[in-house]
Design a protein around this ligand. Structure first.
Ligand code: ADP
Ligand code: MG
Length: 274
């Protein structure tokens, strides 16, 4: 069995990649659900106006639902918008609504526009009576102000990489943005984790991409890879993660293993630091 202690301060992890369709949302909700199934309390912040993470977590996010938009633009407390996922009483979601699409532009003229999420999250974590162990932030596929808010709020960056041609393209731009954030907004942000997703081991290309990523990022790449699996892609249409939808499927097993790796690494990091 797996025994993990969740007793440190919350780890705030932003799941980012400026490419769309690489598995950011799928990774966010499945790692979150897997961590909750291991006993952790997990908050997912849905920063993508499309709201796919809110959908997958079974949380209502119609236009009139209080959402991350209200937190960023009208300074609602995060606690006021958080919902509990029907999947687990340890799994929480700050939903996105379609209004968030306008926030990218509305934020431009606001005071402390890069720090809005950070401030809200710090207030929430300081005031939370039953603290969360993980905060996972699902980012839109761009490096705009929403993603900058996530980078400013987070300690860790997790990059999902799809094992296909062009996988590494754009990565240097992403890492360049991270360096800018470290220098000007958030020195504690670091690339902690890379997860290889939608892996099809039957193709030479997938193996080559995986090898290349591992040779560049020896420390960060998780040993576990997420296989391409129909069950993973079906789950959101039932308002579920694959962990709940088909917990014995290859995708669910892989996401649980990846979550265990992440939790263990964090424990090791904390031990190393103290
Ligand atoms: P992003 O958030 O980066 O845009 P998504 O997580 O939405 O990417 O994934 C893009 C598409 O790929 C979705 O339709 C999703 O269901 C599908 N998908 C993601 N991971 C897998 C997987 N391991 N196997 C099969 N389909 C997947
Ligand atoms: Mg997404």
């Amino acid at each position: 069995g797996v025994s993990l202690a969740f007793d440190g301060p919350a780890r705030v992890i932003t799941v980012s990649n400026q490419k769309g369709g690489v598995g950011k949302t799928t990774t966010t909700v499945n790692i979150a659900s897997a961590l909750a199934s291991l006993g952790a309390r997990v908050l997912v912040i849905d920063l993508d106006p499309q709201g796919n993470a809110s959908t997958a977590l079974g949380v209502p996010h119609t236009a009139d639902t209080p959402s991350v938009y209200d937190v960023l633009i009208d300074e609602f407390p995060l606690a006021d918008i958080i919902q509990i996922s029907p999947e687990s009483d340890r799994l929480f979601c700050a939903p996105s609504t379609i209004h968030l699409a306008g926030a990218e532009i509305e934020l431009v003229s606001q005071v402390a526009r890069e720090h809005r999420l950070r401030t809200a999250l710090d207030d929430y974590l300081a005031g939370d009576v039953q603290p969360v162990d993980f905060v996972l932030i699902d980012c839109p596929p761009s490096l705009g102000l929403l993603t900058i808010n996530a980078f400013t709020a987070a300690h860790e960056l997790m990059i999902p990489i799809q094992c296909e041609y062009y996988a590494l393209e754009g990565l240097s731009q992403l890492l360049g943005s991270v360096r800018m954030i470290q220098k000007h907004l958030n020195p504690r942000l670091h690339l902690s984790t890379i997860l290889l997703t939608m892996y099809d081991g039957r193709t030479r290309l997938a193996q080559q991409v995986a090898d290349e990523v591992r040779s560049h990022f020896t420390e960060q790449v998780l040993r576990t890879v997420i296989p391409r699996s129909v069950r993973v892609s079906e789950a959101p249409s039932f308002g579920q993660t694959v962990i709940a939808y088909d917990g014995a499927s290859a995708g669910a097993v892989a996401y649980r293993e990846a979550a265990v790796e992440m939790a263990r690494r964090g424990q090791n990091n904390n031990e190393g630091a103290s």
